[in-house]
Design a protein around this ligand. Structure first.
Ligand SMILES: Cc1cc2nc3c(=O)[nH]c(=O)nc-3n(C[C@H](O)[C@H](O)[C@H](O)COP(=O)(O)OP(=O)(O)OC[C@H]3O[C@@H](n4cnc5c(N)ncnc54)[C@H](O)[C@@H]3O)c2cc1C
Length: 400
């Protein structure tokens, strides 16, 4: 029964006055400082350190941390809203916030007090940027196939192997890295480590050119006898896979928020364009086929927002089992982003396809949200697996 009440409670704007003020600040910064940089960030393919500086100045990295660790302690829902607001104008800049959370969650969820004290305040201030390194060239969806190993030697672990497609490679000061301490034990052989960017034997060996989110770095990490203090093991040996999945349960909605921001930004842009572009003697917004597209785009965004904010509320209420709600939010927001941005390009016609207008960037940026932090095929598997754990027989009791 408890679960049903959660489904029913989605107030329109569940934020407190303080949270609304922070949302306003983020909106203003996004509009005045980040939006004018978005096209340049996309074209230059350069990591936007000025945006990081802006977040530092205004304490925005603190949104992802508790007060006792130097954060704002304002909760998950507001953190998602901040990512959404920034991503309306620049998906790369939204991702910087989302990955600060992704890369720090291992410490927050599984770190001991000493590890938390050592890292979290510097992550909350943004002095350090974070990254999460699970994927390898041969293991993306199938993490158990990872080949990076870690063996204990005295009071250090020695890591050997490589990671691929790691966001924030080269710009991060600290990486949450997964490696096998028992290579024959499948998932149960994986352990999680905190690795400093200057650890001996650690190197970023390449950065990938990509379709979208061009200002974000995506890189290959090499561990060649990389020495990490034993005190940097998160949890116990063998707990790495569970930690990785707990992190993803909490981080995937951040990608949902990025996706929703992109979708809403594209909808807003297409609406304004359709108001002023005339064909056959009237604004295209008054042609019913275009009006229907706008209506469907807006409705999809609202539906996606419902799932995303519901997740945020569940997390803030302390709900322990977030797996299904998290996967649903990520899946629906990202599919919405891909579909909505494609429609936005269509509404702009030929102008939609050229770089002078932002919707082509938004369409390219949207695609990655269906792929990273677990592809949408994997999200569907996760959701169906959770459904199979639920019993609904009581609902059918009277059905003949
Ligand atoms: C820009 C970018 C940034 C990234 N950032 C990070 C990061 O910061 N940290 C990190 O660890 N990783 C990161 N990744 C990696 C990303 O999470 C993986 O690429 C993704 O999980 C898919 O893994 P894969 O590429 O190996 O595809 P594969 O696992 O090889 O999948 C290929 C296709 O098969 C499908 N598939 C696989 N298994 C199944 C199945 N059982 N049933 C049905 N379909 C299946 C997939 O959905 C996909 O369509 C990033 C990737 C990119 C491109």
């Amino acid at each position: 029964m408890a679960r049903l009440t959660y489904h029913l409670r989605v107030p329109r704007d569940p934020l407190s006055d303080e949270q609304r003020e922070i949302r306003e600040l983020v909106r203003q910064l996004a509009r005045d400082r980040i939006a004018p940089r978005a096209a340049e960030i996309d074209e230059s393919h350069e990591f936007p350190w000025d945006v990081v500086e802006l977040y530092r100045e205004h304490g925005l990295f603190g949104l992802f941390f508790e007060e006792r660790h130097g954060g704002l302690g304002t909760g998950t829902l507001l953190a998602l809203i901040a990512i959404e607001e920034v991503s309306k104008v620049c998906a790369t800049s939204g991702l910087i916030l989302a990955v600060q959370s992704l890369g720090s969650l291992g410490l927050q969820l599984a770190g001991n007090d000493e590890q938390k004290d050592r890292y979290l305040p510097r992550l909350a201030s943004g002095e350090l940027l974070a990254a999460y390194a699970l994927t390898e060239a041969g293991s993306g969806s199938d993490s158990a196939a990872m080949r990076t190993t870690a063996r204990l030697e005295g009071d250090e672990y020695v890591l050997d192997g490589s990671k691929r497609f790691i966001t924030n490679a080269e710009v991060a000061g600290v990486y949450t890295v997964f490696a096998k301490t028992d290579p024959d034990a499948g998932h149960a052989g994986i352990s999680a480590f905190v690795v400093d960017a200057d650890a001996p034997g650690f190197e970023v060996t390449r950065l990938e050119p990509k379709l979208g989110i061009s200002g974000s770095t995506t890189g290959e990490l090499a561990f060649d006898g990389c020495r990490v203090p034993a005190a940097n093991l998160l949890g116990e040996e063998g707990e790495g896979f569970k930690i990785a999945m707990r992190i993803l349960d909490r981080s995937r909605p951040g990608i949902g928020a990025q996706a929703l921001g992109i979708a809403q930004g594209a909808t807003d842009y297409a609406l304004e364009y359709a108001r002023s572009r005339e064909t056959m003697g009237k604004p295209i917004a008054q042609h019913q086929l275009i009006a229907a597209k706008l209506a469907d785009m807006e409705t999809a965004c609202e539906a996606a927002r419902g799932l995303l904010y519901r997740y945020g509320q569940l997390a803030d209420e302390g709900e322990a089992d977030l797996t299904k709600a998290s996967a649903q939010a990520k899946l629906f927001c990202s599919d919405t982003a891909m579909w909505v941005t494609t429609e936005a390009v269509q509404i702009l016609g030929g102008y939609g396809y050229i770089k002078e207008y932002p919707v082509e960037r938004m369409m390219r940026d949207a695609k990655i949200t269906q792929i990273y932090e677990g592809t949408n095929e994997i999200q569907r598997i996760v959701i169906a697996r959770e459904m199979l754990k639920e019993s609904r027989a009581f609902l059918l009791a009277g059905v003949s």
